[in-house]
Design a protein around this ligand. Structure first.
Ligand code: SF4
Ligand code: SF4
Length: 262
């Protein structure tokens, strides 16, 4: 397994996937607009294993003999900066390890993860990552269980079970469970790259702003989720989030300026 600073575009240029798309995970693969480098929940970090259905995507890629490359293994730094309470829990088992090291060691339990594209912004982070990947010490079941417990607390999510009871009655034909999962993701991460990529690939009439607030979904939801309320909030957040294309443009512009300064 390699650890590299690498841009998504470089990675995308080297991979391609094509499939017909039947299951949710397959649809997600097709949804991902960077031409199949990885599914939209492309960071099978321990948090997204269930939050972004990364487990199903990982298994699908593995069945098709497609190696998994992990983007944002610490969720844009969020999993490298846990609360004091969560950090203390991790330190009870491994006092020396950083939160990032825990996330990376969890990835090492997945044999089809062949590349980890870790954004590192300091020499200290790089040394820490090199130390983690050099040791290659397998994570124990007890350690993995602790991480999953932490992930459950981090999500604090709307409890959608993906039963899809709400979908048939939606006059707008929205993929409500997918949108609720996006809502949970946004609430956790405060927006960001994953959500921007996901929604860039959706037609306007399938985005949360297309909800007409008829309430048909909420009246049938066994989890009593305020679906129109969540979609309104999600639409509002998305309206303030740059598109994936804009994020790429800004990134290219920043790289160009950096190059000119050298
Ligand atoms: S409230 Fe919105 S999401 Fe729910 S059924 Fe009506 S249009 Fe669809
Ligand atoms: S009915 Fe409720 S729990 Fe079931 S998929 Fe829809 S939002 Fe999720």
């Amino acid at each position: 397994m390699l650890v590299q600073n690498h841009t998504i575009r470089q990675a995308v240029a080297e991979r391609s996937i094509s499939n017909g798309g039947k299951t949710d995970a397959e649809k997600d693969l097709l949804c991902y607009r960077t031409q199949g480098f990885a599914p939209k929940g492309d960071q099978p970090c321990y948090l997204d294993w269930t939050l972004q259905d990364a487990k199903a995507k990982y298994e699908l890629l593995t069945q098709r003999n497609i190696p998994v490359w992990v983007v944002e293994p610490v969720r844009g730094g969020r999993l490298a900066a846990l609360s004091e309470e969560d950090t203390a829990k991790l330190h009870t088992l491994r006092p020396e390890d950083s939160a990032a090291a825990w996330a990376f060691r969890w990835l090492q339990t997945l044999p089809n993860v062949k590349m980890v594209l870790s954004g590192m912004s300091s020499m200290e982070q790089m040394m820490d990552n090199v130390k983690t990947f050099s040791s290659g010490e397998p994570q124990t079941q007890q350690e993995t269980a602790l991480l999953m417990e932490l992930a459950d607390n981090l999500k604090n999510a709307l409890p959608c079970t993906k039963c899809r009871y709400c979908c048939d009655g939606c006059p707008q034909g929205l993929d409500i469970p997918m949108l609720i999962h996006a809502y949970n993701d946004v609430k956790f991460s405060g927006g960001g790259m994953t959500v921007a990529m996901q929604f860039d690939a959706l037609p306007e009439d399938k985005r949360p702003a297309a909800c007409v607030k008829c309430g048909a979904c909420a009246s049938i939801c066994p989890q009593n989720i305020d679906i129109p309320g969540a979609l309104e909030e999600l639409a509002d957040i998305l309206s303030k989030t740059p598109s994936w294309a804009e994020m790429c443009r800004q990134r290219d512009e920043a790289a160009r300026r950096l190059k000119e300064q050298k």
